[in-house]
Structure formats: C-alpha cells, structure tokens
Ligand binder design. Structure first.
Ligand SMILES: Cc1cc2nc3c(=O)[nH]c(=O)nc-3n(C[C@H](O)[C@H](O)[C@H](O)COP(=O)(O)O)c2cc1C
Length: 167
C-alpha cells in the first residue's frame, strides 16, 4: 500500500484549511483499527482554534511542529471501558497509525506527537483541555497541508527479522 511507504512525519504546515469531511474520514480510519475485546475506548478531541494550538504548544514541548496544521487531534482512551492500560495504549496506538496512513492517502501531512510517554505532557493536556481523570491522553496527531517535501525512507532491516526463534 503506497500510503504506508510514503508516510513521513511532517513538521511544517501551510496555513491552509483541511475540510471537516477529511478530518471525519481520518477519525473514521482511526476507529477502523483493530481493538482488543472490541472495547472501542478511544476518544478524539479535534482542535482547530488558534487558542487550542497555543494550549497545545504550552502542553507539549515539541508541539510547535504542528504550527499551522489545520487540525490537531488528541487521541485518548477511556480507562473505564478498557481497564487494562497496556491494551488501551495498544488499541489507541493502532488507531493513531491508521489515521496517519489515511492522512497520507488524502495527500495531507501528519505528525504523531508524544502524549502518553510523558506524565508532564499528560497532566498539561488534562488541565488545558478539560480531560477528566478517567480519560487518558495517548497521542497528539497533527493534520494539515504539508509545507515540506519528505522522501519516503526504506527502514527495512533484515537483521531485525528472525525465523522460527530469536537469533
Ligand atoms: C510514540 C511516538 C511519539 C512521537 N513523538 C514525537 C514528538 O513528540 N515530536 C516529534 O517531532 N515527533 C514525534 N514522533 C515522530 C517520530 O519522531 C518519527 O516517526 C520518527 O522520527 C521517524 O520518522 P518518520 O515518521 O518520518 O518515518 C513520535 C512518534 C511516535 C511513534
């Protein structure tokens, strides 16, 4: 699938609008990801306003890279629907990857920004975006019109592939 191999992290965006229809499609792709026990615990917060962007930049130290992105989607998991945090993180991450691939397919740039990996980012996001305690921020996904060209890169390494047993 071309979109998988074409996808790159985009850290410069043109100040151009991405339609609600495309954002809807990208979230729909996220919700089409596999999900352990079909708990569908994912929650998506769509941020488009200048104020929202500012709050993101204050919450996550690399979020400046999403400047001008038409939408930034905060992917969270509901810990009451999936109580096993390890599964929740995998489920939400599967959704994030689907979103990035769909965005690439739609000729849009995208970027996965860390949330869950940092308690500080998680606390900041909770505070700035009114996220209750039972909702766990997992990732920040920037979507927009790319203002940089990034060539696909081949990251296939034979030495990382093992047959039958780990060698
Ligand atoms: C869990 C996760 C967290 C990431 N967090 C950030 C981030 O906070 N800032 C950033 O610029 N890129 C972030 N990235 C993107 C990676 O830096 C990027 O995927 C990697 O450098 C490979 O480049 P590529 O996406 O163009 O293939 C993150 C990626 C993942 C999977």
């Amino acid at each position: 699938m071309d979109a998988i191999f074409k996808r790159r992290s985009i850290r410069k965006y043109k100040n151009e609008e991405v339609s609600d229809e495309k954002i809807h499609k990208i979230i729909q792709a996220g919700m089409s990801a596999p999900n352990a026990f079909a708990t569908n615990e994912w929650e998506f917060i769509v941020i488009r306003s200048a104020e929202g962007h500012k709050k993101l930049e204050q919450s996550q130290k690399w979020a400046k890279s999403s400047h001008n992105a038409s939408a930034v989607i905060l992917v969270c998991g509901d810990t009451t629907k999936e109580t096993n945090e390890k599964l929740l993180v995998q489920n939400c991450s599967a959704a994030v990857e689907n979103m990035l691939i769909e965005a690439t397919y739609l000729d849009l740039g995208s970027l996965w920004l860390e949330a869950y990996g940092s308690d500080e980012f998680v606390d900041n996001l909770r505070r700035e975006f009114n996220i209750p305690k039972h909702i766990l921020p997992i990732a920040i996904v920037a979507i927009g019109v790319a203002d940089q060209e990034r060539e696909p890169h081949d990251k296939f390494y034979e030495e990382n592939v093992h047959h039958e047993v780990f060698k």
